[in-house]
Design a protein around this ligand. Structure first.
Ligand code: ATP
Ligand code: MG
Ligand code: MG
Ligand code: MG
Length: 473
């Protein structure tokens, strides 16, 4: 059977309703009453007070599907098979009700019986010393011991500083060597795309005090998250989250407008993926009431939008195209989110307006760049001054990638070390500014970065990435 993503979303909810869960709506991308979080990056965000014990839930078992946005993953988007900034998370939650054993057994039942994934391709990771989880996987589920991998704190322990915390167990699907890095050590947890993490189960069972001491909680909790697009990719036998039925038509629409085809050129494929992902994210951000701006959420929105527009240019799209892509997103998502349809016009307008503004920025930068190139050539220089490149970027938001391309078209190089030196100096300034700011402000500054830093991906290795919002709740 070939599952659509819409069917998977519904099947998950139905399955957990049949296990006594109440189906609750996913929350907005803008977390309510929680200034410490910029955007909803996991299904548990709206339930944080229940896990913290600051609020009491009306029911103890809940299932949701949650739209998520993770700016922390932006550098991966386009380059891995499995990361979007926008994705949906299917989740089941227990607030002081069932615990590890049921969570693992139900996950296994859903994956092997409901979805009928072949058992021999499934792996589990557990936290290093979580022998209880090992026993459940090994003895109750009968997963062979050599497909249960013990991993460290980094990936398999959930904590938020002082407060509830606990080990995680993740379910992986082995897509086979063809998708892998080929290294002998390749196993779940490897950065490559062979072992695809589809589901994370968090067992909230300790309280961590300010000294890092753990004491068992009287009321344990379960928080799980299954990636809708990743799991659909497995079910549909496609090689990335961008090719599942929910996303592929968006990508094809962009390709059609640009007069290209997906799968023919790696560089163009990155652009197609970035646009499809970012427009999905942007559509839902506007749907949830966010508008483009210069800080916080508004800046995230602006950044995604501009990056999508920029990749449109790289594909040769010279006319505004984002509103058309947004229409396609609404079409693809309206089954899960019927309320999107009523917002369609508003979303189109916000996107079109911002796209026009960015085009003006680019045009202005383009003019200044032409001048700089004329001067450099007039002086018989071989490279464009690094400070000029930096100023174009810093003052006008003009992407260095475009600068490089335009310079190359005139047979000129860019003074990369000069440019990088200015970038580094600016990073230092940002860092000290950051230290003086509160959390949201800090986030805003962190996000204030080169729009096209990621093209190509290896160029900006010194950059330390944001932590997952999910992990720093
Ligand atoms: P990865 O290690 O692959 O980056 P993760 O461990 O950061 O994933 P979790 O925080 O455990 O992911 O989120 C729960 C689930 O949500 C994952 O198992 C995965 O299926 C899905 N998921 C997480 N990040 C993304 C993303 N950027 N794009 C699509 N799906 C995602
Ligand atoms: Mg991650
Ligand atoms: Mg992981
Ligand atoms: Mg995980």
């Amino acid at each position: 059977v070939r599952w659509t993503a819409d069917e998977l979303r519904q099947a998950y909810i139905d399955f957990f309703v049949s296990k006594g869960h109440a189906h609750k709506p996913g929350s907005s991308l803008v977390p309510k009453n929680d200034p410490t979080i910029l955007l909803t990056a996991a299904g548990m965000v709206q339930f944080k007070p229940f896990f913290m014990g600051t609020e009491t839930p009306d029911v103890r078992r809940v299932t949701t599907f949650q739209r998520c946005l993770r700016t922390a993953d932006i550098d991966h988007v386009g380059y891995t098979d499995r990361h979007g900034t926008f994705f949906e998370m299917l989740g089941n939650f227990s607030f002081g009700d069932y615990f590890k054993e049921d969570a693992i057994r139900w996950a296994w039942e859903f994956v092997t019986e409901r979805m009928q994934l072949p058992r021999e391709k499934l792996w589990a990771t557990i936290y290093m010393d979580d022998d209880e989880a090992f026993r459940i996987w090994h003895e109750q589920v009968a997963l062979p011991g050599d497909r249960i991998v013990r991993l460290g704190k980094e990936s398999n322990f959930w904590e938020i500083g002082v407060g509830p915390c606990g080990p995680c167990s993740e379910i992986y699907y082995d897509r086979g060597e063809a998708h892998g890095c080929g290294q002998e050590t390749c196993a779940p947890g490897c950065e490559c795309d062979r072992f695809l993490e589809i589901w994370n189960l968090v067992f909230i069972q300790f309280y961590q005090d300010e000294h890092g001491n753990l004491t068992p909680l009287e009321q344990t909790g379960i928080d799980t998250g299954m990636g809708l697009e990743r799991t659909a990719a497995v079910l549909q036998g496609v090689s990335s989250i961008f090719e599942v039925d929910l996303v592929r038509p968006i990508l094809d629409e962009v390709a059609r407008m640009a007069g290209v085809r997906y799968g023919e050129d790696p560089g163009r494929d990155v652009s197609l993926r970035v646009i499809a992902d970012h427009v999905r994210g942007v559509v839902f951000m506007v749907f949830d009431g966010i508008l483009p701006g210069n800080e916080g959420r508004g800046y995230v929105l602006r950044r995604l939008l501009r990056r999508a527009a920029l990749h449109g240019r790289l594909l040769g799209l010279s006319e505004p195209f984002l509103a058309t892509v947004a229409d396609r997103v609404v079409e693809q998502m309206k089954q899960g989110y019927p309320e999107l349809v009523g917002q369609r016009e508003h979303i189109r307008q916000v996107l079109a307006w911002e796209e026009r503004r960015f085009a003006e920025t680019l045009d202005q930068g383009m003019g200044l760049l032409e001048e700089a190139l004329d001067e450099a050539q007039g002086r018989g220089e071989k490279a464009l001054d690094g400070e000029r490149v930096f100023r174009l970027y810093d003052t006008y938001g003009f992407p260095p990638e475009l600068t490089r391309e335009m310079a190359a078209a005139r047979g000129l190089e860019v003074d990369e070390s000069g440019f990088q030196a200015h970038m580094e100096a600016q990073r230092m300034r940002a860092r000290s500014a950051r230290e003086e700011m509160g959390y949201l402000g800090k986030r805003g500054v962190e996000l204030y970065r080169d729009l096209s830093r990621e093209v190509p991906p290896s160029r900006f290795t010194g950059y330390d990435r944001l932590e997952d919002e999910a992990q720093v709740l």
